[in-house]
Write a protein that binds this ligand. Structure first.
Ligand SMILES: Nc1ccn([C@@H]2O[C@H](COP(=O)(O)O)[C@@H](O)[C@H]2O)c(=O)n1
Ligand SMILES: C[C@@]1(CO)OP(=O)(O)OP(=O)(O)OC[C@H]1O
Length: 159
């Protein structure tokens, strides 16, 4: 069995007039994340971690933010395609551990649904998807609620 680790990081700006999508689910909030896609910052960090683990560049390389096909795209589609991409090199996902950095809103009530959603798309057990959240104690751009960031680490494996 060959195993590899990967790390991903993403940031999106918080603005008025956009929906807030994180971990594949829509969260009620006064602000939403700005992006070419639905700007699901957690999914983007997970995609980058998966691609990094397989040494297959990054999300923007495969899904450019200039492409008409990805304009407004549901990031769950990008995650599914990313899992297919790493499968072309024989890899499947072992486990994921991720952290969302957001001053508001509270992520904890939504984490069980995010975990279900991520596990279903990737095709792994919910127990193999860990999602956590932290504020940055009002410090920095996340603390000022200018944006939300996410970090993800993954393990991928092949026989
Ligand atoms: N957007 C967030 C941020 C944090 N949480 C939860 O609150 C706990 C305390 O946060 P601190 O930043 O003060 O450490 C944190 O451990 C999370 O459980 C959250 O749900 N949503
Ligand atoms: C997801 C993509 C593609 O729609 O666009 P964004 O939603 O802007 O996200 P980002 O994390 O900046 O980069 C990856 C992209 O190319």
């Amino acid at each position: 069995m060959k195993i590899r680790v990967g790390f991903g990081y993403d940031v999106h700006r918080l603005v008025e007039g956009r929906e807030l999508w994180i971990g594949g689910i829509k969260i009620a909030h006064s602000l939403g994340l700005l992006g070419h896609s639905d700007a699901d910052v957690l999914i983007h960090a997970i995609c980058d971690a998966l691609l990094g683990a397989a040494n297959m560049r990054d999300i923007g390389y495969h899904f450019p933010d200039t492409a008409a096909e990805t304009d407004g795209i549901d990031s769950k589609v990008l995650l599914r395609k990313t899992v297919e991409l790493i499968a072309t090199k024989g890899y499947s996902v072992g486990n994921i551990d991720a952290t969302i950095c957001a001053e508001r809103p509270k992520m904890n009530p939504h984490i069980p649904e995010m975990k279900r959603c991520m596990a279903a798309i990737i095709g792994i057990d919910e127990d193999d998807v860990s999602i956590k959240a932290t504020t940055t104690e009002r410090l920095g751009f996340t603390g000022r609620e200018e944006g939300i960031s996410a970090y993800a680490t993954v393990l991928i494996e092949k026989a």
